[in-house]
Design a protein around this ligand. Sequence first.
Ligand SMILES: *Cc1c(COP(=O)(O)O)cnc(C)c1O
Length: 427
Amino acid sequence: MSKIETICVQGGYKPGNGEPRQVPIIQSTTFKYDTSEAMAKLFDLEASGYFYTRLQNPTNDYVAQKICELEGGSAGMLTSSGQAANFYAIFNIAGCGDHIVASSTIYGGTYNLFSVTMKRMGIEFTFVKPDCTDEELEKAFRPNTKAVFGETIANPAIVVFDIERFAKAAHAHGVPLVVDNTFATPINCRPFEWGADIVTHSTTKYMDGHGAGVGGAIIDSGKFDWTKYPDKFPGLCTPDESYHGVTYTERFGLGGAFITKATAQLMRDFGSIQSPQNAYILNLGLESLAVRVERHCSNALKMAQFLKSHKNVEWVTYPNLEGDKGYQLAKKYLPGGSCGVLSFGVKGGRKAAEEVMKHLKVIAIETHVADARSCCLHPASATHRQMNDQELANAGVSPELIRLSVGIENVDDLIADVKQALDSLDK
Ligand SMILES: *Cc1c(COP(=O)(O)O)cnc(C)c1O
């Protein structure tokens, strides 16, 4: 099998003789057939092919296939955003009356999706701290629990998720572990190798990497055996009446059932498809992913070391920094580097943090991370402002926390910018 850098460049789309070298953008809503019978086979899921881009599009499938190869999965799909990816991944196996165990240190948007919107759909979530005791974790499960969810590296708390431990707990209860691998990317961590069953991505972040296109992806490992728990996962193990009685696990096997169901039901009904144009842009980003991630990580480590040495900085969180509370987990799951995002607290609390932000010149204030351009954010007054103090604390966000997404510029320029901003507090 090819190494990861090669998959970044050459995975997915495999042109035949005389075909375009670069992934073609199939900018077409629909596809033509010679007979009604041929199309009927597609509608019955008896043949694979394309009929309407709300469900599937070839450009998207080429790119999904590349991400699937990067993660070492069995099947994958693109979605219009990371939010859609996490929603589909959970809703594909949980409905009204079901329950999910999730790490409390997750992205603010995902926390809202789970605790507000999906709760309104009748799905209950129990949030556990990623460093909870075994007893606390065990107590979180219920007979109607359908999945466990966490982020490899939490956004914005930068806490490393103990994938193997949570996978074991999930499997002991007969449910899959879903891991949002947005920040680590498969360059730094491949959650399937540690027991995760489903991986999601906001491709908006490092995978695109240029702040150009919002998107998401879901990849299935194909390893979770739904058929061992048919009562828990009737949607995968019993006939789907909305698809002429197809039983996904029987027809598509363990490797294809999850993604086929998510495409045939959820994409059909909710329609959060990625545009083929965006998928093309995403693929350009994927080509350089391995090279960029390496630079993001080396820049971020140097920045973290600099911040740690500055007298106006109270604390720095970066898992590859020796002494960091995530250092041991990072050594296990992220030995080659974690990501370009770090967080730090300025001495003087919320006011001092806002003051430092004002003085930055090279690093821009943005609600974004994982971009080639460095940017920063004060979550307590932006992404996490809907949360009260207790929820903020549970999410690992304190009022003085600045999230800094270190880009791929020359690190000396970035450090000089942060230095003058921090020094301005002395004036
Ligand atoms: C940004 C982000 C999301 C949401 O993705 P969108 O593409 O913005 O919808 C989900 N999870 C994580 C970890 C993220 O960083």
